[in-house]
Design a protein around this ligand. Sequence first.
Ligand code: PHE
Length: 379
Amino acid sequence: MSETRLEHVEDALRHALDAFLGAPSEGALAPVEEALKAFEAAVREAAGAASSPAGLAAVEQQALRQKGALNQTLRSLGPVPGEWRKVVGAAANRTRAACAEALAQATERLEASGARERSTFDVTLPGRKPFLGRPHVLNQVRDEVVGIFRGMGYSVAENREVEDDHHNFGALNFGPHHPARDAHDTLFVEGGALMRTHTSPVQIRTLESQTEPSPVRMLFPGRVYRAEQIDATHASEFHQVEGLYVDRGVSMAHLKGALSEWARAFFGARTRTRFRPSYFPFTEPSGEMDVSCFRCEGSGRRKTAEGEVRCNLCKGSGWIEILGCGMVHPNVFRAVNYDPEVWTGFAFGMGIERIAMLRYGISDIRHFLESDLNFLEQF
Ligand code: PHE
């Protein structure tokens, strides 16, 4: 800002005015008008250059003060003859109004930039953490299970949750009076359909969908339903991952190899597996796979501050039951028009909730469905 420039134009104005007041004439008027224009330009410039409210107030104070040249000009016009007084008075008033306008604009500009300054955030402050979502713990476990099998060349498919009796039971070699068809286990839908009680019907739908019998190496994750009395370990809807490998010459050794490989990838490289005989209508032979307990490393004992105690995860046995499995039953191949003399395969199925509960020490299956962030944010 140039106060000196303003002082300078004030002097020039006083000078021109003095000359005019001494002998009003057209010739003496021109320098006055010019001096007024110079005064206005100086105020405009100073106001535009002001970078703070205080600086702007100083410009205003200087330009429009009572004893400033502009106000003096207006006051000194009393003795001037009427015609001239009008002309000079109007010019001085125009200058005054223009200066006031320039000052008002400058005030606005400063206020706007001041607001901007106040809202500018401090980049050195730690950021506010945005709320980040994440996959549900069940989806995390599912993706991990599936990911390991993908690495072994399996692909993934999903299929319907509302099934018919044929796909959920009949084609899977459940005899007409098998207890799993009992209304106490199966949730029926109007019109004879039912909520699938396991992911095994996707085996049937997948084999059926091949235009001609051909190898299959797939995983079928999904939700299943049972008419359960709900408690800490039973829910009426839960999740499974099913696996199916069909080809020529598939043996039990392939089954054990693939599942043991998966168990080591999922539970840790030192994990051992064991296969016990079991029964499922759609596999023969059928088995359960146990893994060595990942809490006590299979010893059944755990060291605590009070000495050695029984491992509470495997109940001291050193083994944890993880999944059901078996070689695809010839009747399943027949149901989907695969020649059982040519085709062989293995299948397995595991419960996601069960695996998540074992791994994370979750004591109640109902947590998974409750959408309680205090629970979900732990995973
Ligand atoms: N479908 C069986 C169950 O729900 C699990 C299973 C799948 C067993 C595939 C063997 C082969 O218990």
